[in-house]
Ligand binder design. Sequence first.
Ligand SMILES: [Zn+2]
Length: 317
Amino acid sequence: MKYECDVIEDLLPLYKDGVCSKASLKAVEEHLAECPKCTQMLNALKDTVIDELIVRERDEVIDSQSRFFKRRSAVIGSVLAAVFALPILICLIVDLASGNGLGWFFIVLASMLIPTSIFVVPLMAPKNRMFLTMCSFTFSVILLLAVICIYSRGSWFFIAASSVLFGLSLCFVPFIVCRRPVNAYLKNYKGLAAMTIITATFFLMMICIGIHVASRKYFILAFGISVPMVLLVWVVFLIIRYMPANGFVKAGTSIGVISIGSFVANMMITQIVISKLDEVMVYTDHSQISSIIGVVIGMILITIGLVVKKGENKENA
Ligand SMILES: [Zn+2]
């Protein structure tokens, strides 16, 4: 062979692109005719180019498709928004024509915001769709309640709004904390944040109802019962989220804690009700039996978990 493989290898990219000099072209072709190793290298070079082309083409297709869907979503969103605006406009005209003020107009306006938040926001929002949809839905429901409450001169707004807020946060918060943009701020504390928000909205609801009811008995009963229960839920959450053990041990501990906790809570609640309210509650108590069964099941699961862990440790060793 006239040239070393190293020299030809350096020339191969130029040869492949057809930009080398005539002398180099001749040298490479002569060498390739005799050297299978360099021929193979040339083929590999050509393959990479094809791969790059395929990747570029795929990206272009995805890009154009996503642009197409975005455009189509925007069009559908605009049409829907126009459809939802129609009843608002009709109501405005009727209200103005009848000379009775704008009462109904505001109710229809607020109620049309609910379907808008469900259908138009996810189609039109450029990013963070889930977050924006859930927030705008919650906001529009509460706004509708406020408008109806004002229109009907009711005093129930805070009860209704706080209950809706609690219910919706129970449904939405677990999703919101896991999605953009919230998840970036929460990092590893998503569960903790979700539990805190849900607990806060729950007690907000209880306080709003209490203020409306304005009775000492309500606060004693409501908080006497709910605080131990919420504490129990928190303990189970902390066990599942932060206990360094396998699934069986966590499940067993949770069942055990629930059984003992509900028994203790039951006793506490009974004490509160009897001592603070001076009322004799007649009720049958089966919680002892169910607590014992729960503790036994919990202990069985913990034992299984520990045995499984021991087995895994042995395998690893
Ligand atoms: Zn060679």
